[in-house]
Design a protein around this ligand. Structure first.
Ligand code: PLP
Length: 412
């Protein structure tokens, strides 16, 4: 927690590139930032202005409830009950400063030293979101479970959950995963979800599901299973990927006792999340604006970008190269596996930097120690590309990636 982890260390490189005076244009294919889609930006600006006009003094001039502003908590309750037929109340909801913060609070509450020894955070299938790696206050407090690998038609592959390996973990305090996944775009299948909920129930631990890219918003995945209402599941949602990453706003929905514990953490650590943006988000839920953005703007945008990127990869990457792409259900990334002994994600990262391109080295999405020699090797043979940049940046970035790979292959 007190050291830079994974991807955060490359932020410095990107900051440095921003001050480059050579006149060259850097192509950044690494961002987790959502794209600035004009319809999305315009809608949020309009709603924000409405919130300012109607309640600046009320929201910004006063402290508010730690659970979240009444307007937003009520809006969340109404929205989810109507959409999923749930019967939740305010006691099941906690508004927080983004999914990252909610995941940190849950990890701190449910893992660490316990009455019966250490309780660890288990990521049931790595690779998963690099931001999970810094969540634990205990060195060695996080375990990443090795997935299975399924080879699919053409250049595609898919990781599968190894539920037996998850079940075999000891000293578990909580499980956490993103679905659709960052970096893979994979969504949980119904059977995997049932299996994980069964394990959580047997152990009486929380299963935290991070829906940052999922339904109901930004909804950039096909066939995602509905968020489950279950006594052991804490569902985390965020407004970041729906266009508000800078505002730091998310919320958790779960069983009352778990939400209560996280509510106390909120009150003790930072009182509550910022309120003007909560009022803005409430307007988006109550008016249905968030659904319009999801279906009309965000989902088609990433679907089209993915199609373009897949075609470019197929057209431009050398045929002789053993490369594979994780098949996607959605998400905002492409996850590439380059399966050669001469390949290293860090060597590629440096080679691309020389070509003024940033990508994210794959190893940052895995957790050490590795469960097997295969996983240790595999973690160095992957790379993540973002679908958020403009199409011209993606096209030129993939062209330079192809060039760099050809050069690495030639130098082997
Ligand atoms: N969860 C996942 C899977 C993410 O990819 C990200 C950001 O990249 C986050 C959480 C962070 O979300 P927030 O901005 O709500 O803290």
């Amino acid at each position: 927690m007190s050291a830079l982890s994974g991807i955060r260390s490359i932020m410095e490189d990107i900051a440095l590139a921003a001050t480059d005076t050579s006149g060259d244009t850097w192509l950044n294919l690494s961002p987790g930032n959502p794209a600035a889609i004009p319809q999305v930006t315009d809608t949020w600006r309009r709603l924000y202005e409405e919130a300012v006009a109607s309640g600046f003094a009320e929201f910004s001039g006063r402290y508010g409830p730690s659970r979240g502003s009444d307007v937003l908590v009520d809006a969340i309750v109404r929205y989810f009950n109507a959409r999923y037929g749930w019967g939740i109340g305010p006691q099941n909801v906690l508004v927080g400063a983004g999914c990252q913060m909610l995941a940190f609070m849950a990890t701190t509450v449910f893992t660490g030293p316990g009455d019966d020894g250490p309780r660890r955070l288990v990521l049931p299938s790595v690779p998963d979101y690099t931001g999970y790696q810094g969540l634990s206050l205990d060195a060695g407090g996080i375990v990443g479970v090795e997935p299975g690998v399924e080879f699919q038609d053409g250049r595609f592959f898919r990781y599968t959950f190894d539920l037996e390996a998850v079940r075999a973990q000891s000293s578990v305090g909580m499980m956490l995963l993103s679905s659709p996944g960052n970096p893979t775009g994979r969504t949980l299948l119904r059977d995997d979800l049932s299996g994980l909920m069964e394990i959580a129930e047997e152990r009486d631990i929380p299963l935290v599901l991070d829906h940052a890219y999922g339904d109901p918003f930004p909804g950039v995945a096909q066939g995602a299973v509905d968020p489950p209402l279950h006594p052991n599941v804490i569902n985390c949602f965020t407004f970041s990927k729906a266009g508000l990453p800078g505002e730091r706003l998310g919320f958790a929905i779960g069983p009352r006792d778990a939400i209560d514990a996280m509510l106390s953490f909120t009150a003790n650590s930072h009182l509550h999340a910022p309120q003007l943006i909560q009022a803005t988000a409430a307007l988006a839920l109550n008016t249905g604006a968030i659904d319009t953005l999801t279906t009309e703007a965000i989902r088609p945008y990433y679907r089209d970008k993915r199609r373009t990127a897949e075609k470019l990869l197929h057209d431009l990457l050398p045929d002789a190269l053993d490369w594979r792409l994780h098949s996607t259900d959605g998400g905002m990334f492409c996850w590439l596996w380059i399966d050669h002994a001469w390949f290293s994600d860090l060597v590629l990262y440096e080679a691309l930097k020389r070509k003024k391109v940033f990508v994210v080295p794959g190893r940052h999405f895995f957790v050490e120690p590795f469960a097997s020699p295969f996983l240790a090797e595999h973690a160095t043979r992957c790379v993540r590309l973002s679908l958020s940049p403009d199409e011209t940046v993606i096209a030129e970035g993939i062209a330079r990636l192809a060039e760099a790979l050809e050069e690495m292959r030639g130098a082997k």
